[in-house]
Ligand binder design. Structure first.
Ligand code: DQA
Length: 150
């Protein structure tokens, strides 16, 4: 099983960026723990971060045929990007949206996600643990859908 984790803009600053909202854990630390977790459970994980919408779109396009599932925190692009939404729709790879903060308890403009409707589901508000929750949910989802096919 191969999973792709995509981090959107400004998430590379985790650890120093608004820690009361996003936690104190550093970006590199979060990724290191996720790689270790996936290694332990025998899941292949690639992690990609970009501050650029087009690079995220290209990465999603390139995932076709290479990954079984995508976990994405689109960060601010959640609330603006039809291009990222269309890329997820186009490749049709099961995708889970993650937010460190609870976007529904914040400003109104964060309450709308262009991405959520093309995802299996969304995890919001559990800080960095949300990524692990999403990986577990994705594994479960993929195992169940394979069972249904065979
Ligand atoms: C975020 C929430 C977004 O509204 C914000 O723009 C981010 C981070 C989160 O993980 O809580 O950059 O996606």
């Amino acid at each position: 099983m191969k999973l792709l984790l995509i981090h959107g803009p400004n998430l590379n600053l985790l650890g120093t960026r608004e820690p009361e909202k996003y936690g104190l854990e550093k970006f590199e630390e979060i990724n290191k723990n996720l790689y270790a977790y996936c290694f332990k459970i025998n899941v292949e994980l690639e992690i990609f971060q970009s501050n650029t919408e087009g690079e995220i779109v290209t990465k999603i396009q390139q995932a076709l045929g290479n990954f079984d599932g995508i976990v994405i925190n689109p960060a601010a692009y959640t609330h603006t990007s039809i291009a990222i939404r269309d890329a997820i729709s186009a490749v049709n790879i099961p995708t889970i949206e993650v937010h460190l903060s609870n976007i529904y308890s914040r400003e109104d403009f964060r309450h709308h996600s262009f991405i959520a409707p093309v995802c299996i589901g969304q995890i919001s508000g559990f800080k960095s643990n949300g990524y692990k929750l999403a990986i577990d949910a994705m594994i479960n989802y993929l195992k169940n859908s394979n069972e249904n096919i065979t």
